[in-house]
Design a protein around this ligand. Structure first.
Ligand SMILES: C[S@@+](CC[C@H](N)C(=O)[O-])C[C@H]1O[C@@H](n2cnc3c(N)ncnc32)[C@H](O)[C@@H]1O
Length: 268
């Protein structure tokens, strides 16, 4: 899975994950609150961008954050140590082989991970097994089909479609946001609610243009340039034109919209 991970483990991707988390923090996490004293598992914590937010918002929980990548975990651990956040422990683990007993956690949190898995349903079943009765699973995912922008551009759209196609080739689903509800239902969670988190950016909101349009979305698409061209999903000239037109959405004359989906389900 690690080699298949579409965004890779580069320094640029670490920066992008951090920019994404801090720009979207209030939109995605205003309700990421867990009861004091609860045992919470974060799966696929990466470099700790969401971990830091969870720890700060929930100083009274016992958080365990796992990831398949030892390098990312090291960065996450250092980040929390440097920030003086000590209510979290880190462990290397694969979501499909989690080293925990049945009914181990009160709550489970997973963000931007299911989209990269070839069998997200199986992953959710694994999470349900180690969740206590009455506990919740929270999943946050994007959906690249939700991106719309001005000026419209068929070339910009082709670059976004390359990311969707490349992720599908690697077994993932960049359009998973719209599937969260059915996935939760099939897993057997009760009381599932999905809330769309809408992102809108124009230059009257410079922090959204910079943090989301440029540093999260366009950076993510630009990150697959080499692979998209080498897999012959697009030729170089079309790619450059598409990225240049995608960047116009961040100018005074442009706008950008995107929707994230946050699902919450109970094990009853
Ligand atoms: C897009 S990153 C998201 C990181 C973090 N949740 C965030 O929002 O910034 C996806 C993470 O999932 C991890 N991952 C992928 N497959 C995994 C698996 N089978 N088990 C555990 N983690 C996995 C990757 O190593 C990567 O760190």
């Amino acid at each position: 899975m690690q080699n298949n991970y579409v965004h890779g483990y580069t320094e640029l991707e670490t920066t992008r994950l951090n920019d994404q988390a801090s720009t979207l923090s209030s939109i995605l996490h205003h309700d990421s609150i867990f009861p004091e004293g609860s045992k919470v598992l974060e799966v696929g914590c990466g470099v700790g961008s969401q971990t830091e937010i969870l720890c700060r918002k929930n100083p009274g929980i016992h958080l365990t954050s796992v990831d398949i990548s030892a390098e990312s975990l090291e960065l996450a651990r250092k980040r929390c140590d440097d920030s003086g956040l000590f209510n979290v422990e880190f462990k290397q683990a694969d979501i499909f082989h989690l080293p925990y007993e049945k009914n181990s956690f009160d709550h489970i949190f997973i963000c931007f991970v299911l989209e990269h898995l070839s069998d997200p349903q199986k992953a959710l079943m694994e999470l349900k097994t180690i969740l206590k009765q009455g506990g919740t699973v929270t999943a946050i995912e994007g959906d690249h089909g939700s991106a719309f922008y001005f000026p419209r551009s068929k070339y910009a759209q082709m670059t976004i479609d390359c990311l969707v196609e490349l992720q599908a080739k690697k077994g993932g689903d960049a359009l998973i946001g719209r599937r969260l509800y059915p996935l939760f239902q099939k897993t057997g969670f009760s009381g599932t609610r999905v809330s769309p988190r809408f992102i809108y950016a124009d230059t009257s909101l410079p922090e959204m243009v910079d943090g989301f349009t440029k540093k999260t979305f366009i950076a993510m698409v630009e990150g697959i340039r080499e692979e998209a061209i080498s897999h012959q999903l697009i030729d170089q000239e079309t790619w450059e034109k598409g990225i240049s037109e995608l960047k116009e959405t961040a100018l005074e004359t442009g706008t950008f919209c995107y929707t994230f989906f946050k699902a919450l389900g109970y094990k009853l």
